[in-house]
Design a protein around this ligand. Structure first.
Ligand SMILES: [Mg+2]
Length: 244
């Protein structure tokens, strides 16, 4: 074998090794799940009904690990910086969504019969959890709330969760540290509007009542994409479920 042949074979085998590493990495299920989550967060994948089964482990690590908290903090820091930059007026309002925004349902979603959204939605189980009123605050969003209140901006809670649990949800918010608001808007069970329609109509009536929506924070795009969603919107991550 000539010298050049040996070199060629070495280079080829090195290339093959590199290529196979790239292919392996690309096919590694966790990476695909990262791509799925990015697509979900950027609203490129819509109308999904459950977390892909092979991404259950990835989503569980993400939600229970540091990354989810860090990403909530990054959103909250941007929201706080923006809130502090506003010249606040008496009719300024900041809209807070409740589930997976002000409050976390992670204790419920981490149960094996819910599996971080990899199990199909079960209304009975979800209602049981809601009626218990034990959701903790998402600490980063609580900081946004505290800043908003300290600046004199009026908080409004606007959520598609059921009006029938109003008393328990109210107590849950207070228990978690959200102690005051000018409006707590929940959805009637016979209201068949989509989340976007429901939220847009309430925001419209706030604006008609001469409120100025200076900020809006939610975990769903449907919280933030309606007509006049607010001067600035902030999205916290949620790879566990999708609401249109
Ligand atoms: Mg929500």
């Amino acid at each position: 074998m000539t010298k050049s042949n040996i070199e060629y074979r070495d280079i080829t085998s090195k290339n093959t090794e590199v290529i196979s590493q790239v292919v392996e990495t690309h096919c590694f299920p966790q990476l695909n799940c990262r791509s799925w989550r990015l697509a979900v967060e950027t609203n490129n994948i819509r109308d999904w009904t459950k977390v892909p089964t092979h991404c259950l482990k990835y989503v569980s690590y993400y939600m229970l690990g540091k990354q989810y908290r860090l990403e909530c903090e990054a959103v909250a820091n941007a929201a706080i910086e923006y809130a502090k930059s506003i010249k606040v007026g008496p009719h300024d309002v900041w809209i807070f969504d409740i589930d997976e925004t002000a409050l976390s349902n992670l204790p419920y979603f981490s149960r094996p019969d819910v599996d971080f959204g990899a199990c199909p939605y079960n209304e009975t189980l979800a209602n049981e959890w809601d009626s218990a009123g034990k959701a903790p605050a998402i600490p980063a969003v609580l900081e946004v709330y505290k800043t908003v209140v300290s600046l004199g901006i009026n908080p409004v809670f606007l959520s598609g969760s059921s009006q029938k649990y109003r008393a328990v949800r109210k107590a849950n918010l207070i228990e978690a540290g959200y102690t005051s608001w000018i409006l707590l808007i929940l959805k009637e069970d016979n209201d068949t509007r989509s989340a976007v329609e429901f939220k847009t109509s309430w925001i419209k009536s706030l604006i008609t009542s001469e409120y100025r929506i200076v900020g809006n924070i939610g975990d769903q795009w449907s919280d933030l994409i309606g007509e006049n969603p607010g001067a600035r919107t902030f999205k916290v991550p949620n790879p566990m479920y999708y609401i249109a």
